[in-house]
Write a protein that binds this ligand. Structure first.
Ligand code: FAD
Length: 410
């Protein structure tokens, strides 16, 4: 067991995209960090891939945009389609907005690549102490510091101290549980199935863009294209399952093949890269700050992935918090009022925008009542056709309004 030492640094638990971005944002502001990650190496999964325009601006501000453009795909357009009739219901083009954001596109940059890019840059920074295969198991705080007990790669344990701790340790956050913060909300009865395939849908469905939402009362579907590990192109299809379906029923190669063939019949089998089943939650932590402990990213909020908002909201948390820590560190600002404001601002973004919008997105795609479904699809058609409504729709879908209103909250 190591000894506790008060050290002037921020401890970050979890090196997913939010912990990595926060660590990098703090280093850019000259604040030392220790980044603690339970896994031996960043997880190569293909969950988040969409970075909305305000997030792209933050990525640029951090000096990471070159990596993002090298490794990602630029996608100005997203489509809504009726899977039952095949009709293109709505086309939303960020480049066509009358008040265009500085980066008028969604950057399809997979979350594992974001983490890789940041970790590479931090590797040579002596004020960024990166601890892999290290898990936070206990937290204690007093008036001056926070002490974090971790299990170390050799099976021992150690106490790491810092001025503040930020839990970026995902939806099942140990930090959130250790400081006893309620995770308010609900879990959907159905799980979502994600299938990654290298098959290029553009060949058979030229009306598609890189980002497509298919409405269907039976089986809605999100279909997105990302660049893939070696630039070969990777399509990600997410669709709902029935609550009573077992893992075996859903994950067998035949079931996966049948699901894709039903969506887009083609000769020969699909080449499947990965398959994953997700429980889907809509939850927001009761507070994002508790003394010297803060929460950011999925540890503070989780939502269904329709609309690609979870990681984006988490990156907005990280930048908001990094700015406040800078004011505390270098400008003598009082911590508690700023941390309370962090909670007010970022909870607002979550509750009023990300939660509301992601629930609405899911309900629009999966609406079963025929009259209500026709009304919802008509709404999309109208918003796509009317320039003012078109722009307003994008501002909500791309978290432009969410960020503006959160930042304006005192
Ligand atoms: C199918 C799917 C598609 C999605 N698509 C999008 C999208 O397009 N755009 C978008 O914005 N969002 C999307 N999301 C959501 C997005 O994946 C998450 O919001 C994002 O991963 C959150 O990042 P995070 O860093 O907060 O948490 P995580 O990515 O979960 O990372 C947490 C890290 O903490 C580590 N950790 C956990 N416990 C400990 C501990 N005790 N000690 C040390 N380390 C610990 C974990 O090993 C992990 O590396 C999607 C989600 C799903 C399921």
């Amino acid at each position: 067991m190591g000894t506790a030492r008060a050290i002037d640094r921020v401890i970050i638990a979890g090196a997913g995209p939010i912990g990595a971005i926060l660590a990098y944002a703090l280093r850019r502001r000259n604040i030392p960090v220790v980044l603690i990650e339970a896994l031996a190496a960043p997880e190569i999964d293909c969950r988040a891939a969409s970075c909305h325009p305000p997030t792209v601006a933050m990525i640029e501000e951090l000096g990471l945009l070159e990596d993002g453009l090298d490794q990602g795909l630029v996608s100005p357009v997203f489509n809504y389609l009726d899977r039952v009739t095949g009709e293109l219901i709505g086309r939303f083009d960020i480049e066509a907005m009358r008040e265009r954001p500085a980066h008028p596109y969604v950057l399809q940059w997979e979350q594992y690549k974001i983490v890789g890019s940041v970790i590479n840059r931090l590797a040579s920074d002596s004020d960024a102490d990166i601890r892999m295969s290290t898990r936070v198991v206990a937290v204690e705080q007093d008036a001056d510091k926070v002490d974090v007990t971790v299990t170390t790669p050799d099976g021992g344990s150690e106490i790491i101290s810092g001025r503040y701790l930020v839990g970026c340790d995902g939806g099942r956050s140990t930090i959130r549980k250790l400081v006893d913060i309620e995770f308010e909300g609900f879990t959907w009865p159905e799980r979502f199935l994600k299938i990654d395939t290298r098959f290029d849908f553009f060949g058979l469905r030229p009306e598609l863009s890189n980002r497509n939402y298919f409405s269907d009362p039976e089986e809605w579907l999100n279909l997105f294209k990302a660049r893939g590990a070696s630039g070969e192109g990777m399509w990600r299809a997410v669709s709902p399952t029935l609550p009573e379906q077992t893992d075996e029923e859903l994950l067998s190669p035949e079931a996966v093949e049948a699901r894709l063939q039903k969506f887009c019949p083609k000769p020969g089998r699909y080449e499947i890269a990965t398959i994953a089943l997700y429980k889907v939650h809509q939850r927001v932590a009761a507070t994002f700050n508790h003394g010297r402990v803060l929460l950011a990213g999925d540890s503070a909020h989780v939502n269904n992935p329709v609309g690609g908002m979870g990681m984006n909201g988490g990156i907005h948390d990280a930048i908001n918090l990094a700015d406040k820590l800078q004011a505390i560190w270098f400008e003598g600002a009082e911590a508690q009022p700023l941390f309370d404001q962090y909670t007010r601002q970022r909870r607002k973004a979550q509750v009023d925008y990300v939660q509301a919008q992601s629930i609405q997105n899911k309900q629009t795609l999966g609406e079963k009542d025929p009259v209500e479904r026709a009304r919802k699809l008509d709404g999309i058609r109208r918003q796509s056709a009317d320039p003012e409504l078109h722009d307003a729709f994008i501002r909500r879908a791309c978290l432009i309004d969410s960020l503006r209103d959160a930042n304006a909250t005192l």
